[in-house]
Design a protein around this ligand. Sequence first.
Ligand code: HEC
Length: 130
Amino acid sequence: MKKIILGLLTLGTIGTMTLHAYSDADRIQDMQMMEMSMAKIQKGILYNNKEMVSKGVNKLKETATKVEISKKDDMDYSAKFSKKQSDNIMKFADKVQSEMSAGHKHGATANYTKVLNQCVSCHNKIRKWN
Ligand code: HEC
């Protein structure tokens, strides 16, 4: 009986590990989530809706921390590079938030563009996209 329980526990652990492995599909889903967050931030700036900007920033940061990028055949960047991109995304997203809270829509927009540039500089390194 003990052996069976142990066996089931082991199977359970393997199952959980498999579930937690970060797949290409997970990455695409996270990328789409970040795109939606960026759209929300832009909309919030245009409608002068601080709450909307705040929600977009939070979702963007939440997703940016869990995105995993590894060096692959069709991608030409290192883990160090992608870590820097995501650190920058967090930093500029915070600035979007603080500028918007202070009522500085131009400042929020300038930092929104800085976030977008981080997205694009990584995308520029994806060989199959060139
Ligand atoms: C460190 C690298 C990196 C950064 C930073 C990055 N991306 Fe991506 N992005 C990728 C890769 C790799 C793919 C391609 C995924 C695939 O096709 O497997 C991708 C694909 C996408 C796609 C297309 C998804 C689809 O359905 O095909 C969108 C949209 C996207 N990213 C949005 C963003 C946004 C928004 C940001 C910034 C907030 C961002 N990305 C930042 C690496 C990055």
